[in-house]
Design a protein around this ligand. Structure first.
Ligand code: ADP
Length: 543
């Protein structure tokens, strides 16, 4: 027998309308790229979203199902795009500004973006690849300074796009299963892959984020959204905050520790999100120069890379601010697990509690996680048996955009994460290793395979392999292991850097280059990265 409840589509427009109706006076504050402060209400945001939707349809001719790219920092205009684009049935494709230029070019062409909304400060990246971009009809420039000029064709300033446009707009009716947004993840091999979120998955994910066991967000909160909006939709916070009536503070490009501390203090932030590198920088800066007044920050949600226990401990001991560890992926929207203590843990001593909080945490409702052993059987939840984590659930990817490749999925349809570790008796997942071949530096991926190919294109290099090595500030950094074609014909690390700078940004390049006679290989002749990581850890690979 079927239930007899109403059909009420779960869409991003329903989130926006709810926020404007129930919390109209709640604020969104942006510290713009030029440092000026912009503040307006959910109700103002709602009005601008309607104007923007009107302009997208009537000035730019965007149709349901079209891709609209964003190449932008965290600010209110980017939030407007998060709602207006899906509100007309199109897809908000947030492009990660920190990828290799060749990957950005691939992503834009692969997605077939018709329009790109780009921050003026990021335009130089687009100018370099513009001749290779084939589908974009207009570039809409956000936060352009007065004397702005560019070699891009078909430029419109954001303010001009919204000029003389009515706030009257009937949202386009969509099915809750229709796509609303898309993010690409760096592929370990080959090109980045698109994850196409639906309205329904985005709505439910936002509900998941605000839950007390997850980010615990309500209308009492004022949240600093540090995770970039171009990275997994800022972990869904721009949707979750509107649903919860929480105020949002957007730092655009002001990610430096001193700027962050100023915002935390002046904007009276009580919650925030971000990757460990950012929080490590904030901690170090606060240690050196403690804020005059105690911050109101009650907790920060931290994920994207493993959270060092020393950071949770230091922040708490020195400033009384707890960190909450979370795990997720672009493919999981990203919320997968959060590590909060449960009531049964209250009687444990500090060290035991810290150990639990350092784990990645327990599954959120709507997702299921299992660890699968090498022989294909499911690892018991004993905190000891190691397996690769597989996940399924309401906001987990079912297929990558425009591909039939099922390599990342088990036969019974679970998504294989490439993260490896254990699940304990209480359900806390702990990552101990990674089977995927990538470097995660400051929360962003660097593909080791792409770097290897580029280094091996140098005429003096015979073989090159890139591994991730631990780094106190960035989490990981790439290390290149090189075999020269002729040992009498040296190419230095500096020369290789110059060679690579043609295709990469400087932070993506290896800091160290190690020269060896041969690179260890597995039985099937692949670079044996596990062995190289062991050699590095035991001091056998010295720069
Ligand atoms: P995000 O950076 O938002 O987590 P990505 O898709 O860029 O999303 O990266 C996902 C991957 O990042 C995971 O598969 C895992 O390897 C790593 N990761 C994310 N969170 C953690 C964490 N808390 N601990 C360890 N690794 C993590």
């Amino acid at each position: 027998m079927k239930g007899q409840m109403m059909h009420y589509p779960l869409t991003t427009t329903v989130i926006l309308e709810y926020g404007a109706r129930v919390f109209p006076k709640k604020k969104i504050i942006s510290i713009q790229p030029n440092g000026t402060r912009h503040e307006y209400s959910f109700s103002d945001m709602h009005k601008t979203c309607k104007k923007l939707a009107n302009a997208l349809v009537n000035k730019l001719g965007i149709q349901p199902g079209d891709m609209v790219g964003t190449f932008a920092w965290n600010h209110h205009q980017h939030v407007e795009l998060y709602y207006a684009i899906p509100g007309i049935g199109a897809v908000c494709h947030t492009i990660n500004v920190r990828l290799f230029p060749a990957q950005i070019e691939f992503i834009i062409n692969h997605a077939e973006d018709r329009v790109i909304f780009a921050d003026a400060t990021l335009v130089p990246i687009l100018e370099k690849i513009a001749p290779l971009i084939t589908t974009v009809e207009h570039f809409i420039i956000l936060n352009a300074p007065e004397n702005f000029s560019s070699t891009l064709n078909n430029i419109i300033l954001y303010e001009d796009l919204l000029k003389n446009v009515s706030e009257d707009f009937d949202w386009v009716e969509v099915d809750e299963h229709d796509a609303c947004a898309m993010c690409y993840t760096s592929g370990t091999t080959g090109q980045p892959k698109g994850v196409l979120y639906s309205h329904r998955s985005t709505y439910l994910h936002a509900m998941g984020i605000i839950a007390p066991n997850a980010a615990c967000i309500s209308d009492k909160d004022r949240i600093l959204i540090v995770v970039p909006q171009f990275h997994v939709m800022a972990w869904g916070f721009p949707y979750a905050c509107v649903l919860a009536g929480a105020e949002m503070v957007m730092p655009s490009l002001h990610f430096q520790p001193d700027a962050m501390i100023k915002i935390l203090s002046e904007e009276k932030i009580n919650k925030a999100n971000g990757v460990p590198t950012i929080w490590m920088g904030i901690y170090d800066a606060m240690k050196k120069n403690p804020p005059k007044e105690k911050l109101l920050l009650e907790e920060y949600l931290i994920g994207g890379s493993a959270l060092p226990i020393s950071l949770i401990e230091g922040f708490e001991k020195d400033f009384g601010i707890p960190g909450v560890h979370a795990w997720g992926m672009t493919e999981t929207s990203p919320l997968g697990t959060v590590s909060r203590l449960q009531s049964k843990h209250e009687r444990l001593d500090d060290a035991a509690q810290l150990k639990i909080r350092g784990k990645q945490g327990i599954e959120c409702p709507c997702v299921e996680i299992r660890a699968v052993k090498e022989d294909g059987s499911i690892a018991p939840r004993d905190g000891k048996t190691i397996g690769e984590f597989e996940i399924r659930g309401v906001w987990v990817v079912d297929n990558y955009f425009k591909t039939n490749n099922r390599d990342s999925f088990s036969e019974d349809g679970w998504f294989k994460t490439g993260d490896v570790g254990t699940i304990d008796e209480d359900g806390y997942m702990e990552i101990t290793d990674r089977s995927k071949d990538l470097v995660k530096s400051g929360g962003e991926w660097i593909s080791s395979v792409v770097l290897e190919m580029a280094i091996m294109a140098h005429p003096k290099v015979k073989e090159a392999s890139v591994i991730a090595i631990p780094d106190a500030k960035w989490g990981e950094r790439p290390l290149a292991v090189i075999v020269l074609r002729d040992e009498n014909e040296m190419v230095t690390g500096d020369e290789l850097k110059q060679f690579l700078l043609r295709d990469f940004l400087s932070y993506q390049l290896p800091d160290s280059y190690v020269y060896v006679n041969s690179i260890p290989k597995t039985s099937v002749g692949k670079f044996d990265k596990k062995e190289m990581r062991r050699m590095y850890a035991e001091g056998e690979l010295n720069a």
